[in-house]
Each structure stands twice: as structure tokens, then as C-alpha cells.
Design a protein around this ligand. Sequence first.
Ligand code: SRM
Ligand code: SF4
Length: 590
Amino acid sequence: MSSLVGSEAKRSKVEQIKADSHFLRDPLRQELAQDTTHFSEAAVQVLKFHGAYQQDDRDLRQQRKQEGLERAYEMMLRTRIPGGHVPPQLYLTLDRLADEYGNGTLRATTRQTFQLHGILKKNLKATVASIVRQMGSTLAACGDVNRNVMAPVAPYKNRPAYRYAQEYARKLADLLAPKTSAYYELWVDGEAVPIPPVDPEVREAEQFVGNGVRLEGPEPLYGPVYLPRKFKTAIAVAGENTVDVYSQDLGLIVLTDRKGNLKGFNIVVGGGMGRTHGKAETQPLLAQKLCFAAPEAVYRVCQAILAVQRDHGNRYDRKQARLKYLVRDWGIRKFRRAVEEYVGEKLPRFRPLPKCIPNSDDYLGWHDQGDGRWFLGLSIENGRIQDTPERQLKTALRKIVEEFSLHLRLTPTQDVIFVDIEEGQREAINQILKSHGVLSKEEIPELVRLSMACPALPTCGLAITESERALPTLIRQLDQVLQELGLQDSPFLVRMTGCPNGCARPYLAELGLVGSAPDHYQIWLGASPQGDRLAQPFQDRVHISQIVPLMRVLLQLYKRERHPQERFGDYCHRVGIPYLQAQVQQLQQV
Ligand code: SRM
Ligand code: SF4
């Protein structure tokens, strides 16, 4: 096994902070007890592993600076919810905490978790403790570890592949979770809290040492300095890709036989979205085919993949530290050989996959679950669950959960579904939604339902420009153009982010809008609606007011030149970016 961190002198600052933290304790432990408004830089880095980010209200920054005040510090807290499954008691707790300590909203994320924003430092411990006491967790929701494991949400009881995806999302989340006891020490002072039981199969898999997979000490899989960078895992089912499996560090695709028995998993590695403007060596990359793994081998292979990244990922430059760059730089064959070495055997070949269906909003609205019960998918615009004068969405969801004790599932597209609904409950649920002004699937244009924006301003410290606050107006203007051109039956995936980090996976959208300067966006076109082809940059620094006029021209071209049934993303890919650039330039001059 190669050295964990290389020469001390060159390690990035965060590597030292992790090493000094004593398995995610210091200096967070000391600073949590202090009566201060915010944490030091070192504590902030450790805090991330516990699921929280230090932020400040960026709307107030300038004014407070002028008044000689410190920033308006507040914390964002992210939960860990494998497969997006939220039991009713946990939901009600989060709903209450959002009002008691947060900014009154819950934010469903693009990785099927919830975020609370606006928590003051002094209230952070009480907030985390409440979550933990409801068998929830925020551990490893952020930080250089395996993050929330994603899985498709549709609860079809008559399609076993979906059940396997959820089951293995939970199992892998447990297997790859940090094992330090710091979490319970810090947030509930070591109190005996109910902890969800870990599957015996996972406990057994944790014993696998391979050729250097597990290390001595309290963190056998991670070691004292954890991973070089965040690590993301998702499970898809063959034929659908709602989790955007090719954007993950580690992606698994469930394969079943004709009778629905689990055959195993195709495994892909090295996907990721994040990039930095002007730095060509940073780029979105699609995950590549690694191997097939039978159910009994999948734990070993996943642990070995993580261990290869742990030992060989870049610990000097955090902008090159994701697994995707290791796979890019080594090539998939060398990476596969390394995994084989850790596992101690040759990896079986990747199996052929059926053609994938386009990502759509098919799980929204009412659906038969296949066991006589129903599920209901609700479109949550940009994941923000809140009450507004027109719509009391937060209150409506709370009432539904309170009244019917329903379980929720968060989708990879920031939406929410209620599962296991009895026929006799449907009418009352519809009534609650209606009386609180919550729109049904049919009342929201498909373009809006399919779109996503990241939070950006005012909470995100990395935002260059607006996203969640800008998209609602923009997307309705775009929808208007679709209507005017008679293209309302040809909606496409629109995703917006306030910076190039790619939190709403814009490089896998048919139209990606990526903040490049205040009120300006880079336009990316041509990803496949199945999430297996990246978009390409089309124009840089387009002012927000120019996006809709530009799209009108592109959509006119699309209408004129598309093949029957051709999606907008596929059209842009077929004709190519240079062609579109030339056409738009010509048409704009007329
Ligand atoms: Fe993200 C950082 C929000 C999914 C790539 N992301 C951030 C931070 C924490 C900003 C920060 O570091 O200070 C954002 C907090 C904003 C806020 O105010 O809430 C943030 N990311 C989000 C969420 C909430 C966006 C959303 O609209 O839902 C998503 C939370 C997911 C979750 O529940 O775990 C979120 N972030 C993603 C995704 C999509 C995904 O994982 O499927 C990506 C692209 C995939 C990837 O990782 O390659 C993503 N976020 C990043 C990056 C760039 C990473 C990179 O490799 O370069 C950063 C910045 C960083 O890590 O340095 C970042
Ligand atoms: Fe913040 Fe950028 Fe992520 Fe948006 S994409 S939440 S602006 S880091």
C-alpha cells in the first residue's frame, strides 16, 4: 500500500486539520462550548464531517461591513438520508426545527437529503441532538467521506429492482460511514440514543481486509485523514437513471433476472461535475465502466474502490483531489488493476445494459404502487419547502404527515413523494393540498417541474450569482416561449447554478445555466436526457436578460430542424455547438 498523505510539507491545509482533529473532534469540541457567533477555520473544516457548514447572510454582508459589524453568521445543516427515505417522526422533527432554529424553510437537495438554513451557532447542538434522537443523522452529510447514498425513489412493489436499489443504498451507506464515536460525543454528550440497526451482512462485510483495504485504529476504512476529498455514491436500476449515476464517484446499476431476482451490479467510477472557470484542468467527467459485481462481492469491491482513492487520490491540490481525476489520469485500466489488487481477485466484466429511458417527472402525481396502495409525488420548486402567502406548502406537508403518519422519499430532483397511501386516504390528502394552495402536477408546466436550481445567494458562500431566486421567473419566461412556438409538448431539462461547482448537475442538463459573473451565466447545451452524455459550453457570460431571447432563436432552429421525436438536448448534440453558434450569430444579425 502506498503512503497515505505523501510528504508532510506539501499536504493541503485541510489534510493537516483532519490529522489534528483526532478523528473529527478538535478544535470543534472546544469551540462548540464557547459563547461565540462562529467557528474558526479549522473547526469549520471538521464541522463539515458532522453535516454542517458555516455561512453568512450574503444579502447583509455589504451593509454590515459599512456599519463595522461582523458578518451575520449562521449554519446550514444537512441530513444524511440514504435513498431519500424520511420516516414521519423525523420529518416532523425537521419541520419543527426549521421554525424553531432555522429560517422557517426546509430545502430538499439534489442528493435526496434535507438542509436547514439559518441556524445560529448557539442553537446548532440542540438542532443536531433533536435529529439524532429521532434516529436521524447528519454525520458524513458533508466532508471528505462517502456522502449520502442515492437511489431511485419509485416505491413500485411489483418491480424488485427498485427495492434492491433502496436496500443497498442503506447497506452501502452503513458500510462506508465513518466509525468515529466523536459524533455522539459532541452532539448528545455520549447519551444512549436509538441508532438504526446495521444489517448483519454489512457487519460481516466490515471485516474484509483485502490487500490493505482496512487500516488499524478507530477508522479502519478511512484512517486518520479520511479521504482526499468528498466521495459520492448512487445506485440506479438498469433502464432508468434518475440518480444521474454517471455523475458519481461510485455508481452502481442494479441488474435483475427475468423473475426479478438480483443478479448483481454494474459498477461505474470517476464521475463528477465540479469545475472552476478558467481552469481547463478542472472539468465535469462521466463515470466510466469498471466491472460487474455479484451481490456477495459488491461490498468488497466498493470498499476497495474507496481505499484506492484514499491511498492514491491527490492530497496536495484539492481542486484535483476527486476520484474522477485519479481515474482520468490513470485511465480506467490502471484503476481497475489497482482495485483488483486491493480486492485480491480479477473483476468480472461490465454487463450489457438496456437502453435508458429519458429522465422525466413520471413519479409526480398519483401512482399505483403495485400492492393496492398509492404513492403521490409533489413537485417542489427548487426543493424549497416553505409557506408563502399564495401557498402554504410546509403546513400542508406537515398536516399530511401528522394526520396519516406517511413516510416520505426525497427524489434526486428536489421533489418529495409520499408512499404507502391507502385508497381511503387519497381524497383527504387532495383536500389538504388544495386548501393550502399546493398545485397539482397538471397545474405546473412540465418545463418548471423538470427544472432545478441550486440555493446560491444568499446562503452559499461560493455563489457568484443568483440561482434559486432567479430561476422561477426565467423558467416561466422560457415556458412562455415554448408555448408561443407550439413546442409545449417538447419540454427539456433546465438546470441552473450560481457557480461552476455544479450542485444542480447542470452539465447533465439539456440547457445548463452556470453562473459566471454577477447576473451573467455560461450556457451549456446538448446533454442527453438520459444523463449519459455531458453538455458542452455554448456561450460565456450571457446577461440574464439575454437568456430567453437567445433561447427563442435556438428553439426556433430546433423546431425547424429536429427529427421526429428528437429531444432538444439530442438535437443540439447532433448538429453540434459550432453550427449552433454560427446560426445564432447569423440570425441575431438579421
Ligand atoms: Fe454542492 C459545495 C449545495 C449537490 C458539487 N454545495 C456546496 C456548498 C456546501 C457550498 C460550500 O461549500 O460552501 C453548497 C451549500 C449551499 C447552500 O447554501 O445550501 C452546496 N450541493 C448543494 C446542494 C444543497 C444543492 C441543491 O440544490 O440541492 C446539494 C446538496 C446535496 C446533498 O444533499 O448532499 C449539492 N454539489 C452537489 C452536487 C450534485 C450531486 O452530488 O449529485 C454536486 C456535483 C457533483 C459533484 O460533486 O461532482 C456538487 N458542491 C459541489 C462542489 C464542487 C465539488 C468539486 O468536485 O469540485 C462544491 C465546492 C467544493 O466542494 O469545494 C460544493
Ligand atoms: Fe453554491 Fe455553486 Fe453549489 Fe450553487 S453550484 S450551491 S452557487 S457551490
